[in-house]
Ligand binder design. Structure first.
Ligand SMILES: [Zn+2]
Ligand SMILES: [Zn+2]
Length: 135
């Protein structure tokens, strides 16, 4: 057990050592809000953040927080106003848009020879290499 400050209400509480850093009370609220939004987005896929807020009462900042935490995913969650940390383009989940994620992988590839091998294993290049008989 570890004492931590709740990320929402900043009260000190006994952290269980896993999951989001929320006190039991905020965790309950968070979970209830999340289920509410999930239900709403199931019924109205592609709703805008403002509509979600009006229908569920869950603040847009909370929705964006969930998007950034990767909890709120997919086209269901478009138009929430979450943006990429690098280029500022809207993102559906996480902190980076797919383009910037790709760039990071590319940079990574250039700097980490070992990882090139790993990535290349996923996309085999063996086809067409060397000579072989067709029969
Ligand atoms: Zn709290
Ligand atoms: Zn980006």
């Amino acid at each position: 057990m570890e004492l931590k400050n709740c990320t929402t209400c900043h009260r000190v509480f006994q952290y269980q050592g896993y999951g989001y850093i929320l006190c039991p009370e905020c965790r309950r609220t968070d979970e209830a809000q999340f289920q509410l939004v999930k239900k709403f987005l199931d019924q109205y896929p592609g709703a805008e953040g403002k509509e979600v807020f009006l229908a569920t009462g869950v603040p847009i900042n909370t929705l964006i927080k969930w998007v950034r935490e990767g909890r709120l995913i997919s086209s269901n969650a478009v138009n929430l106003g979450a943006v990429c940390d690098i280029c500022g383009k809207p993102v559906c989940t996480g902190k980076l848009c797919p383009d910037c994620k790709k760039d990071i992988v590319k940079e990574f590839k250039e700097s980490e020879a070992e990882d090139i091998e790993r990535i290349e294993k996923i996309v085999p290049k063996s086809e067409g290499r060397g000579m072989k008989f067709l029969h």
